[in-house]
Design a protein around this ligand. Structure first.
Ligand code: ADP
Ligand code: MG
Length: 327
């Protein structure tokens, strides 16, 4: 390897950026020993989660390393947000084909900028040689967790913001489609800078009965709430908030508006990577949550019948493919 050696790499690109100025709350000992030593916040639960991003599976290997880092940390932060946990610490297991400062520098910068923005600090990790892969484990503090198993029949199903942008972004991100300048900007934001919904999770925390972040597509992820809560759901697809980028895939040549909606709907329902929240709200909290004027939309109700049933303007609707599956 022509670049920095393992320990030089850890020191220069990770320890230096994360420990020198701001070791982080509750960090008694950060990068550099066998373990980090951490002091959990009194009276709170620790929420922890790990996600691995593999080159050419979860991001293009040749992508800008700054953006790869942003995506890797943000998708992990999204799990904390979806649990209604505050970010505290993360570890990084980095598998690199080679040690190259030209790659590590922007990667570490992307990681540091993203970490600073969300108030999370790097406390350790592991560095190995192999095909490019990034594992990040995040830990947060949680007072009022948003679990998957709390929904009841009749609860309203909500999603945050809009769906479908990240899946619609993929052909642009992969360079298979050019896209307009506006589409390119939307694709870059959706794919590399998904927004962990911390604020929203906090706002809905006391009203929501169940919730998660949408990583594998709405239908696939809602089915996790259904399974955990032993329920099903009935969705009214005409209410689904579809992202502009997904809508711009709409087939405008057809005369049948429902056929033209098929592609954006499929993308919004089964495309992954949106990292928006899907959550359920009991009817008695509906007025309170609507008063908050949040960027959320009710798209259906939970049902005792254990299947997800979709209707578009009163007509039953079937997705052509399920959500993203790894295997
Ligand atoms: P050990 O052999 O005891 O597992 P390592 O040699 O793997 O320790 O790592 C030395 C120190 O550097 C540890 O504190 C570890 O947490 C940290 N570290 C290793 N790789 C990374 C990385 N990519 N980012 C941050 N910290 C790292
Ligand atoms: Mg090690």
């Amino acid at each position: 390897m022509a670049g920095p050696g393992e320990f030089e790499l850890i020191r220069e690109f990770f320890a230096a950026r994360f420990q020198a100025h701001n070791p982080g709350a509750g960090v008694e000992l950060g990068i550099g020993d066998d373990c980090a030593l951490l002091i959990p916040p009194a009276g709170k639960k620790l929420a922890t989660s790990v996600d691995t991003l593999v080159a050419d599976v979860h991001f293009p290997a040749a992508a800008d390393p700054y953006r790869i880092a942003s995506r890797a940390l943000r998708v992990n932060l999204s799990d904390l947000a979806a649990m209604n946990a505050e970010p505290l610490w993360f570890t990084l297991a980095l598998t690199l084909p080679e040690s190259r400062a030209e790659w590590l520098e922007p990667f570490a910068n992307g990681l540091a900028d993203t970490a600073e923005q969300f108030g999370i600090t790097l406390i350790g990790g592991d560095t190995t040689k192999g095909p490019l892969a990034i594992s990040i484990q995040v830990t947060g503090a949680c007072e009022n967790p948003l679990r998957r198993d709390g929904a009841s029949a009749g609860d309203y199903v909500f999603v945050s913001n809009q769906l479908g942008a990240a899946a619609a972004a993929l052909p642009i991100v992969l360079g298979q489609m050019a896209g307009s300048e506006r589409q390119q900007q939307q694709a870059d934001a959706a794919y590399y800078h998904p927004e962990p919904q911390f604020e929203l999770a906090r706002a809905i925390g006391e009203y929501a009965s169940a919730g998660l972040d949408i990583s594998d597509g709405l239908l696939a992820d809602l089915s996790h709430i259904c399974e955990a809560s032993d329920l099903g759901a009935a969705l009214t697809l005409e209410t689904l908030p579809i992202a502009e980028l997904a809508q711009s895939l709409q087939n405008k040549s057809g005369s049948n508006p429902e056929a033209a909606l098929q592609v954006p709907l499929e993308v919004a329902l089964t495309g992954g990577d949106d990292y928006e929240l899907c959550f359920t709200v009991p009817e008695q909290h509906l007025a309170a949550i609507e008063q908050l004027q949040l960027p959320i939309t009710a798209i259906g109700r939970m049902t005792a019948a254990k299947e997800i049933h979709c209707q578009l303007n009163g007509v039953p609707w079937q997705a052509r493919r399920p959500g993203y599956r790894h295997f």
